[in-house]
Design a protein around this ligand. Structure first.
Ligand SMILES: Cc1cc2nc3c(=O)[nH]c(=O)nc-3n(C[C@H](O)[C@H](O)[C@H](O)COP(=O)(O)O)c2cc1C
Length: 177
């Protein structure tokens, strides 16, 4: 498969990117082709809702997003990875997701496989409840086929006690594809 990974953390070696590294290692070992876009380090203007695209056409912003969208639309699978920021996606990856708007129908028609990786400091039962609902609605809306989710709570910094277990989970998810 061609897999596109979108990450959302500004910490290059932080928790979510560490899990992404492990996921990619597993996926590559299983023979897949992975393209990664680290949204925190790219030029992605937030959608301004001008509707110039009419949900189906070129966006007014000529930044890094058209390349990402082209990659998604020629892939078989999309992976979203984000740290939990205020119980949701980081603004960096959310800006990229909002820009799906210009090619929404095309994404829906591709019926891509998807996976989701997220990390949070807290370890209580509510910390993932908002984002879990959000990602599930997104999966339904974009007509994605979820193949796995890693909701890594209690993983607030690299080297946290939970790290090893989540890294294994991420590697196994990639390898299982
Ligand atoms: C702006 C901001 C908001 C955050 N909000 C939450 C939160 O709502 N719940 C939580 O458990 N952790 C929260 N955290 C902690 C991060 O989710 C956690 O440290 C995570 O491991 C960071 O991932 P990263 O290293 O991939 O950037 C927040 C951190 C920041 C910087």
């Amino acid at each position: 498969m061609k897999i596109v990974v979108l990450t959302g953390s500004p910490h290059k070696n932080g928790t979510s990117n560490t899990l992404v590294d492990e996921f990619i290692r597993g996926a590559k070992e299983a023979g897949h082709n992975v393209t990664r876009f680290d949204t925190a380090f790219l030029n992605i203007h937030p959608c301004i809702g001008c509707d110039h695209c009419g949900m189906n056409g070129p966006c007014v912003f000529k930044d890094d997003m058209p390349e990402i969208l082209d990659a998604i639309l020629s892939s078989d699978m999309i992976v979203f990875a984000t740290p939990i920021y205020y119980f949701g996606f980081s603004a960096q990856i959310k800006s990229a997701i909002d820009r799906f708007y210009s090619r929404n129908g095309e994404i829906q028609r591709r019926n891509l496989k998807s996976a989701f990786i997220t990390t949070a400091w807290n370890s209580d039962n509510t910390v993932m409840s908002g984002i879990e609902k959000h990602i599930n609605i997104l999966i339904d809306y974009l007509n994605l086929d979820n193949v796995g989710m890693i909701l890594a709570k209690g993983y607030g910094y690299p080297g946290a006690s939970t790290e090893k277990g989540y890294m294994e989970e991420a590697y196994r998810l990639g390898k299982s594809l």
